[in-house]
Design a protein around this ligand. Structure first.
Ligand code: HEC
Ligand code: HEC
Ligand code: HEC
Ligand code: HEC
Ligand code: HEC
Ligand code: HEC
Ligand code: HEC
Length: 250
């Protein structure tokens, strides 16, 4: 008759004991100290490049805190390429690796997903509540972009990829959203247009001797101002020169 309450008593005690001992043991000696614990909470296998870490959960997880950047940077401090590229230079100061480097989704899943929302959330958190509501109420220039996206300084990370060579200014969000660069409703003007220079800035070489010495002879055009792109260029590719064909450098 009294067996049930006694069993319950033991179960409760055991659970309480585990609740204290497991975190303590993990804190003191790492998760290897409680082998079965790993399998219980492991949410899935690691990405291929991290598979070698196997059950070494502490490589990335700090007990009681979860994934912390210091674990990641212990192995990834010398990421020169990453820090020297404009769009990824933010790695030097980001201080939190979660969101874009997801894990436990199996070996086929590459642990890199650019998520601008991670940046937006961080940016908004840094601002006072008053500024956040101003941003939320910002008028947006086009329907593809959300007001919060305009809180990001796109050009700080993407100016080097600007195909408009600054002609459209530094406020990329006026026309672009973060999901993709293409703008589905954009239709390129006809190849017969003479307005090319309104939207296209010529490369620096066109404003140097190179233009008279190379560009004009190659195009077979004797009189031209740089702004008259349409005399020499077509709209499919800049190196497909009008009446000449594909121009190969060197
Ligand atoms: C014990 C060392 C170690 C730790 C800790 C570690 N990594 Fe790695 N990581 C590696 C190695 C080694 C590679 C493979 C490098 C290569 O192939 O050039 C790698 C690859 C990567 C890649 C490239 C993935 C791909 O598929 O291209 C990313 C992103 C990355 N790690 C981010 C992280 C983040 C974020 C953390 C922390 C949550 C972390 N790493 C923790 C050693 C580590
Ligand atoms: C806002 C998103 C974001 C955050 C946060 C972030 N990363 Fe990245 N990371 C990226 C993107 C995007 C790339 C891939 C760039 C590319 O296309 O090569 C990358 C690339 C990397 C790579 C190189 C991967 C390779 O292919 O060799 C490493 C290593 C890395 N990140 C580590 C970290 C670490 C460590 C942290 C935390 C300190 C962190 N990242 C935080 C977005 C992020
Ligand atoms: C290569 C680094 C790495 C290793 C090694 C690793 N994890 Fe994780 N783990 C992560 C990242 C990153 C996340 C955040 C989830 C995400 O964004 O996909 C995470 C999330 C988790 C979560 C969800 C709760 C949380 O903190 O977000 C659990 C539980 C977890 N890991 C358990 C484990 C266990 C158990 C092991 C060892 C068997 C382990 N992890 C090894 C990187 C790692
Ligand atoms: C802190 C740096 C940072 C900021 C700020 C930023 N981006 Fe990005 N963005 C990245 C990185 C990193 C990638 C991944 C590709 C790469 O390495 O260039 C990326 C990728 C993209 C892509 C390509 C998406 C795809 O999958 O093809 C678009 C579009 C984009 N960003 C637009 C924007 C716009 C618009 C803004 C401003 C509203 C912005 N970004 C702000 C860092 C940033
Ligand atoms: C006045 C509007 C406008 C502004 C401002 C603008 N763009 Fe664009 N951008 C466009 C249009 C239109 C396209 C063509 C889209 C298409 O073909 O679907 C484009 C295309 C692009 C492409 C794709 C190029 C290709 O060939 O695939 C990139 C990358 C890009 N823009 C980056 C930027 C960056 C970076 C900035 C800010 C420094 C910026 N843009 C500012 C209108 C703009
Ligand atoms: C109303 C603005 C506008 C006008 C006018 C215009 N373009 Fe464009 N053009 C764009 C945008 C935006 C893109 C996509 C972004 C980029 O690649 O520069 C583009 C792309 C191109 C590309 C493709 C570049 C590549 O590598 O994929 C070529 C070539 C081009 N334009 C040539 C021309 C020529 C030649 C003229 C004049 C006959 C012209 N454009 C007139 C806006 C314009
Ligand atoms: C007199 C003819 C002529 C005119 C006018 C002209 N170009 Fe060119 N352009 C060329 C030729 C030829 C080449 C390929 C050889 C070279 O680099 O000079 C070229 C190359 C280019 C390239 C490719 C450069 C590279 O590094 O791959 C771009 C982009 C370009 N022109 C844009 C423009 C734009 C934009 C205008 C107008 C604002 C313009 N061009 C006006 C003849 C011309």
């Amino acid at each position: 008759m009294k067996a049930l309450p006694i069993i319950y008593g033991f179960v409760t005690l055991a659970a309480l004991g585990a609740a204290v001992t497991i975190p303590y043991a993990m804190h003191e000696r790492g998760s290897a100290a409680v082998p079965t614990w790993q399998n219980m909470v492991n949410p899935g296998s690691l990405s291929a490049k991290h598979a070698f870490l196997g059950n070494n959960c502490e490589a990335c997880h700090t007990p009681h805190q979860g994934v912390t950047a210091d674990r990641c940077t212990a192995c990834h401090a010398n990421a020169e390429l990453l820090l020297s590229r404009q769009s990824t230079a933010f790695h030097a100061t980001i201080g939190d690796c979660r969101g874009c480097h997801t894990e436990h989704q199996g070996a086929a899943h590459r642990a890199v997903v650019m998520d601008h929302d991670v940046l937006i959330r961080r940016k908004l958190r840094e601002l006072p509540a008053s500024a956040r509501s101003v941003i939320a109420a910002l008028p947006v220039e086009h329907e593809r972009i959300r007001p919060e996206e305009t809180a990001l300084d796109c050009a700080a990370c993407h100016a080097n990829q600007d195909p408009h060579r600054t002609l459209f200014g530094a406020s990329c969000a006026k026309c672009h959203a973060t999901r993709a660069w293409d703008i589905p409703e954009f239709r390129h003007p006809s190849p017969l247009s003479t307005e090319c220079a309104q939207c296209h800035q010529a490369p620096p070489s066109h404003y140097m001797e190179h233009f008279r010495m190379v560009s004009m002879p190659v195009a077979g055009v004797e009189h031209a101002d740089v702004s008259q792109c349409f005399l020499c260029h077509k709209t499919n590719a800049w190196n497909d020169i009008k009446g000449v064909g594909w121009y190969k450098h060197h």
